[in-house]
Structures are given as structure tokens and as C-alpha cells.
Design a protein around this ligand. Structure first.
Ligand code: AMP
Ligand code: MG
Length: 419
């Protein structure tokens, strides 16, 4: 049995980012930038009005004073007007500020008298003028390599004129849930059966990491079905197998993987819940007459027409207990998938908070306590056992307690958040 740190190190040592790709801006949500991007334009790109109103020279304005209207400047073109002392230009939000003007007076603060206006307020220089470059300077870094692309990032890149972005590769993942006791929701439950909840759990967790789930299938606890399902699954970058990785006679996953030539790098990690965790990889030969070598595929033989490329599938075997599957996914699978997709920050968000109760770990493995972070306090919720799915469903944070660690109520701790 190895430590969590050792497990994470061994997993990440094996994972290299997938080849980058170009995607239309609108499809880049939640992808990771494959390189650094810099501003091509300052923002705003020109001095413009923040209000519908009047462009003026502030030093020629005083409350009660009158100004002569000399023109109108709408948004969307530059009429190249010039404002002098005692003059004003009617202006609209987003329109370029005319030369000479150094302030905008809101239309609500002005009384119109035909071709004159009178001012109902004092005017400060710079008022309601959005200065060129005040938000963003040309050349400034706007997106770091490995950074996640959010809705606002997409908007920013559009404002810079980008139509597509170079982002990290899209990891594909297949899911197999094993167990003779499992029945698909919607089907009839017989005595001793339970509904398969890990299939949808893993599907959802994978999607949450933005991996593309290729197949989700159920497999009975027999070597033949398992072998066939694994063979289908390894055509994806990642194969997730739920259940069957423990020590019982029906836990056949490791054997089935070995029979297919898998290299099993990890079995059993000192973590609670989630000890019987498996990590390995399987190489498979695929005919690829036209494929080019990439991060995942290495051409091994060039046999005239129809060369063979060797692709690597990373296999994660998670314990069948739903909470164990959840915790091991977040601790070990999520960082691997994020790295494949080009992310630089592989860690869950940590939030400092106060503990609501005393907690001690008397066990021999670090323990991830499921709880709720609410009103700036973390409180364990539900049964802290690996089958207790209801408690997990009510939780929104994990607290890791090291072996022998004793924490007191009101103590400051860091909890992990996954949303
Ligand atoms: P295993 O890891 O296969 O020994 O399963 C451990 C426990 O998790 C058993 O109680 C299983 O019934 C349960 N379990 C296994 N797979 C699933 C699943 N897909 N959905 C819900 N529970 C499961
Ligand atoms: Mg099982």
C-alpha cells in the first residue's frame, strides 16, 4: 500500500498533455489555453462616453451655466468633432469623445433650451469618460497557458478580435461498472439487486472535468465479459472501471487487466475511503494508415500501407462503494484528466474555514470527511462510511484528516470544494 502523495506522483509522472487543437471561440468554454495570449488592442480601444449626455470642456462649465450645442456624436462612427470653451456635443454611450472635450455631463443633469443647454451640476474633468487602455493595456497578458477558459474569458478574447483559440486536447473516457448485483435505473430490482449509481456518478464527474465520455457500460463479474468490455474501453484515452478491485473472489478487474497485458502501477492507496484503488495502463495496436505520431499515439511499425500505431490507455479502477469512487476520482483521476487536457492547476479549490466540531483520526489512513461548508463553518454530514451515498449527496466539501490528527471545534482548517 502506498501513500496518496506517492500515488499522485506516480500517476502524474505517466500522464503527458494531449496534442493541442484549435477550436472556435464559442466552443472553448472550460477548455485550457495551450499558450499564453496577449492583448492585441487596449481596452477600451479609444476614449469614449460612459453615458448618454453631452461632451464638454470641464473648465468652461459651472452649475447654472449655458453651453452652445455644436453637433452630435453617435456610437459607431467618429465625426471628428472638436469641442471648445462654452460648447457641447450631444453624445451617446460608447461614442468616441470629441477632441477638446474632457468630460461628459449626463443628460439627466442638463436642461435643453433649443440649441443650448444649461448645466444643473458642477462638472469635474474626466467625468464619465472611459479612457483608452484604462481596463487593459496593449501587450498585457490576458490568458495564461493552462488556465481554464470561462464565459468571461471567451468574451474578453472576442473583444480582442480572436475567432478561435488553441487549447489543450480533449480527453476521451470510457466507463465500465462491474457487479452482478447491479441493475440499471428503470429496470426491475430482484432480491439482492441494487441500482447502478456509479455509472452516472463517474459519467458526471468526467463531464465536470470536461472529458468526453465515449461509452458507459455495465459488466458482470466474469472474466470473459470483463476482458471484452476492457478491450472496447481502451480505445479511449482513459478507462474508468468501478468495482471489482478489492480482494474478494469476484474482484476480477486486476486479473482481467493483466491478461490483456496491462501494466498495473498502483493497487491500494492509504486513503479512507478508497483503499483498493488501481492505476495502470494498457497499450494497444491500432491500424492507422494516415495517423501522425502524437502525444498518445506512437507509430511502432511502418509496414508500407497500413502502419500500426500504439496508443496508450490509462486505466483507473475505483472501489465500488460510491463514496470511495467519488473520493478517489477527485484525488487521483481528476488531476490526471486535467493534466491530459493541458491544465496547470490540478488541485481542487481549498477554502479556509472553521471547524464546527472536534474531529480525530484514530485510523491508519488519512480520512476524507464529507461535510457541509455553511456560514463559514465546516460540519460533517451523514454517515462517514463508504457506502453512505445520501450523506455524500448533502455534502459540499471534503476535509482531510491525517493519521493521528486531532482537530478541535473552531480550529481553522482548509477544506476541498469540487464545484
Ligand atoms: P466492489 O468494489 O465491487 O467490491 O463493491 C463494493 C460495494 O459497492 C458493494 O456493496 C457494491 O454493491 C457496491 N457497488 C459496486 N458497484 C456499484 C455501482 N456501480 N453502483 C452502486 N454501488 C456499487
Ligand atoms: Mg463488485
Amino acid at each position: 500500500m502506498i501513500s496518496e502523495e506517492e500515488a499522485r506522483t506516480r500517476i502524474l509522472k505517466n500522464i503527458t498533455p494531449l496534442p493541442e487543437r484549435k477550436v472556435p471561440l464559442a466552443s472553448a468554454l472550460d477548455c485550457f489555453a495551450a499558450h499564453d495570449y496577449f492583448a492585441q488592442l487596449p481596452l477600451p480601444a479609444f476614449d469614449n462616453s460612459a453615458m448618454d449626455g453631452y461632451a464638454v470642456v470641464a473648465s468652461s462649465c459651472k452649475k447654472g451655466g449655458r453651453l452652445r450645442l455644436i453637433g452630435e456624436q453617435p456610437a459607431g462612427l467618429d465625426r471628428k468633432l472638436r469641442v471648445g470653451h462654452g460648447e457641447a456635443v450631444r453624445i451617446f454611450t460608447g461614442a468616441p469623445v470629441p477632441r477638446g472635450a474632457d468630460a461628459i455631463v449626463m443628460q439627466e443633469d442638463v436642461t435643453r433650451h433649443g440649441s443650448d443647454i444649461s448645466l444643473n451640476v458642477e462638472v469635474e474633468p474626466g467625468e464619465f469618460v472611459r479612457r483608452r487602455g484604462c481596463d487593459l493595456a496593449e501587450g498585457q497578458m490576458i490568458l495564461h497557458r493552462g488556465e481554464r477558459i470561462h464565459a468571461a474569458t471567451i468574451a474578453l478574447m472576442a473583444s480582442q478580435g480572436f475567432t478561435d483559440l488553441i487549447v489543450g486536447g480533449n480527453a476521451t473516457a470510457a466507463v465500465i461498472s462491474t457487479g452482478d448485483e447491479l441493475v440499471k435505473p428503470g429496470e426491475e430490482l430482484q432480491a439482492g439487486h441494487i441500482y447502478d449509481s456509479n455509472s452516472v456518478l463517474l459519467n458526471a464527474l468526467l463531464q465536470h472535468c470536461r472529458a468526453r465520455v465515449t461509452t458507459v457500460e455495465h459488466c458482470r463479474d466474469d472474466r470473459e465479459s470483463l476482458g471484452a468490455a476492457i478491450k472496447r474501453g481502451i480505445t479511449s484515452h482513459v478507462l474508468m472501471i468501478s468495482g471489482g478491485v478489492s480482494v474478494g473472489e469476484h474482484d476480477l478487474v486486476k486479473e482481467a487487466l493483466r491478461e490483456l497485458g496491462a501494466n498495473i502501477e498502483i493497487w491500494r492507496v492509504a486513503v479512507k475511503p478508497g483503499k483498493p484503488f488501481v492505476f495502470g495502463s494498457i497499450q494497444q495496436d491500432t491500424p492507422s494508415p494516415h495517423s501522425s505520431p502524437s502525444g498518445r499515439e506512437r507509430r511502432t511499425r511502418s509496414a508500407g500501407e497500413g502502419s500500426v500505431s500504439r496508443s496508450n490507455c490509462f486505466v483507473f479502477g475505483l472501489p465500488g462503494n460510491p463514496v470511495s469512487a467519488f473520493v478517489t476520482f477527485l484525488q487521483f483521476v481528476r488531476p490526471a484528466i486535467l493534466r491530459m487536457m493541458g491544465a496547470t492547476n490540478l488541485d481542487l479549490r481549498q477554502v479556509p474555514t472553521k471547524l464546527a466540531v472536534d474531529l480525530t483520526n484514530d485510523g491508519d489512513r488519512p480520512h476524507y470527511i464529507r461535510g457541509r461548508l455553511e456560514d463559514e463553518k465546516f460540519r460533517p454530514i451523514g454517515r462517514q462510511e463508504s457506502h453512505a451515498l445520501f450523506g455524500l449527496s448533502q455534502a459540499n466539501a471534503l476535509l482531510r484528516i491525517a493519521v493521528g490528527q486531532s482537530l478541535k471545534a473552531d480550529e481553522l482548517v482548509d477544506v476541498q470544494i469540487w464545484d
